[in-house]
Design a protein around this ligand. Structure first.
Ligand SMILES: *[C@@H]1O[C@H](CO)[C@@H](O)[C@H](O)[C@H]1NC(C)=O
Ligand SMILES: *[C@@H]1O[C@H](CO)[C@@H](O)[C@H](O)[C@H]1NC(C)=O
Ligand SMILES: *[C@@H]1O[C@H](CO)[C@@H](O)[C@H](O)[C@H]1NC(C)=O
Length: 509
């Protein structure tokens, strides 16, 4: 039986954006990229070229819903995937790919990191879907009584349980080193799994992990601005200036009365009316998300536009140059992205967003918008804003507007969000977690790298910062078009693992 359409969960390109229209849009973008990779993987020659015998196995673990209360006997089923095609024995390393805020498919153990690293050590590859996402859903409505059991701490307890349960289920020797991998939020989980359970987890590779929680993530757009000027990915100072000009024009039209708004709506392909101030803010946020998303996923298979293409449009390098303006370029970019994501129009209704996020019926497919919003409100913040002179966009939507969602959807005040974020940082240590044997990998054009570790914190907490690489790019399957710096980055990951695993062999013999 051949692997049909593996859902390549290695691409944990989740937006992580504080949940509002911009985030929903980024989620669509991520889904689009995943679908693309899914269909590409059906073509021979893509990725690993795994043989017909290589079928990942899906399994389910019965996990306690409340791992911190032994008298609570409720459980849920957590999905995992196993790829044992490279496994050469019982005491080989186990590469545990931790899932984040989305579902995990067979691709999580078949393609990209860590699967591509496994043959060198004959490693067993396992992935574990995060509770409350994908099919690993506890029974019941997603009301506040149930969401109490959703947090990074619960997810880490699941990792510890799974580590023990899977060891006996899959005959893993007690001397096997377990190495955690993860990208984005799951990269933070990989780090924290090593930090909190050093007796269970031998080492971790954390890709694009935002270790520091932050309420007001204005640095996101500062990196977006900087990346738009990077020549290596097709950016320039002119491109940044054109972005800013285009946004000024949108804001001008929004303020220029009903008739101008109607024209703007028509020209941007917006789904609804622009009468309400809150919808105007969401529209500006959505446009920012399209530009930010282009930077975040730059160069990756399936991304609708690269930074080079976006800058080309904004600067009128394609089409009729004499008639082009940055605003027309932005319009064209919006059309291209929406079309490639299969969206008829650009959606930005605040009321619709709130209604959608307030729905407590579990959605089996997709990222789990409501669940992730809950985690941002109760743990991480990550609300992307545009502040300071470096930000090329509109200052809307501002932070209070975004925080309002926690209040509207969950009744959580801005003060409680701020307190929760501070607690997260004190519990995990933010950007100085104090763990050992963790490798931090980031791309310097990725807006998230500023919340991660990009310089060695010492010999046992090394960092690799890959020039011109976007979010979690190191985890994607190897492609002929990969840049030399990306190849070098992957090589450094390999060498670091080699160093750590050599020490295991030494201490065993
Ligand atoms: C622990 O679980 C029991 C049984 O469900 C419940 O009665 C009790 O309130 C729980 N304790 C806490 C602290 O949640
Ligand atoms: C586990 O290992 C034992 C001893 O080598 C073997 O007899 C058994 O069949 C193995 N079980 C599985 C599920 O691999
Ligand atoms: C470009 O636009 C100008 C001004 O509208 C027009 O005169 C010219 O014919 C256009 N050129 C092309 C190739 O469409």
């Amino acid at each position: 039986m051949a692997v049909k359409a593996p859902w390549l969960g290695f691409l944990l390109l989740v937006s992580l954006w504080g949940l509002s229209t911009p985030a929903l849009l980024l989620r669509r973008l991520r889904e689009h990229i995943q679908k693309f990779q899914e269909s590409s993987s059906l073509h021979p020659g893509f990725g690993l070229g795994h043989g017909p015998g290589a079928v990942p196995k899906q399994g389910w673990l019965e996990q306690p819903l409340d791992p911190f209360n032994a008298s609570d006997r409720r459980t849920f089923l957590q999905r995992y995937w196993v790829n044992d095609q490279h496994r050469t024995g019982q005491d080989v390393p186990v590469f545990l790919h931790i899932g984040g805020e989305g579902s995990l498919g067979p691709g999580s153990v078949m393609a990209g990191h860590p699967a591509e690293l496994a043959p060198a050590w004959g490693a067993l590859v396992i992935s574990l879907e995060h509770r409350f996402y994908g099919l690993s859903m506890p029974a019941g409505d997603l009301d506040l009584a149930l969401l109490r059991y959703l947090s990074s701490r619960h997810a880490l307890a699941d990792v510890a349980y799974a580590r023990q349960a899977l060891s006996s289920l899959l005959n893993v020797s007690s001397s096997s080193p377990w190495i955690c991998f993860g990208g984005s939020y799951a990269g933070s989980l990989a780090t924290w799994a090593r930090l909190k359970f050093p007796h269970l987890v031998f080492a971790a590779v954390a890709s694009s992990a935002p270790l520091s929680a932050v309420v007001d993530f204005s640095a996101y757009n500062q990196v977006v601005a900087r990346s738009l000027t990077q020549a290596a990915i097709g950016g320039s100072l002119e491109c940044l200036a054109a972005t800013s000009t285009a946004f000024k024009e949108v804001e001008r039209l929004l303020r220029a009365g009903r008739a101008a708004q109607a024209v703007l709506r028509e020209e941007l392909g917006a789904c609804g009316s622009l009468d309400r101030t809150e919808d105007q803010a969401e529209l500006l946020g959505a446009l920012q998300a399209l530009v930010g998303g282009t930077v975040q996923y730059d160069g990756q298979a399936g991304a609708p536009l690269s930074v080079r293409q976006l800058c080309g449009l904004l600067l009128g390098k394609w089409g009729n140059r004499s008639r082009s303006t940055p605003y027309l370029g932005l319009r064209r970019a919006v059309q291209i992205i929406l079309r490639s994501m299969g969206q008829k129009c650009l959606s930005f209704s605040r009321a619709e967003t709130v209604a959608q996020l307030s729905n407590t019926k579990p959605q089996v497919s997709g990222v789990g918008d409501r669940q992730w919003l809950y985690q941002t409100c109760t743990e991480f913040g990550f609300y992307v804003t545009c502040e300071g002179l470096q930000c090329p966009f509109s200052q809307l939507p501002a932070l209070p507007f975004q925080l309002e969602l926690c209040e509207q959807v969950f009744g959580l005040s801005p003060a409680s969000v701020a307190q929760a974020v501070a607690q997260t940082n004190s519990y995990y240590g933010g950007q100085s977690p104090g763990a050992t044997q963790v490798l931090f990998v980031n791309g310097d054009t990725d807006p998230w790298h500023v919340l991660s570790v990009t310089q060695d914190l010492g010999p046992s907490e090394p960092a690799v910062l890959i020039p011109s690489a976007s979010h979690c790019f190191d985890m994607a399957p190897v492609r002929p078009s990969d840049s030399p710096s990306l190849r070098l980055g992957r090589q450094k990951i390999f060498q670091q693992l080699q160093g750590w695993l050599k020490d295991v062999k030494k201490s065993q013999s």
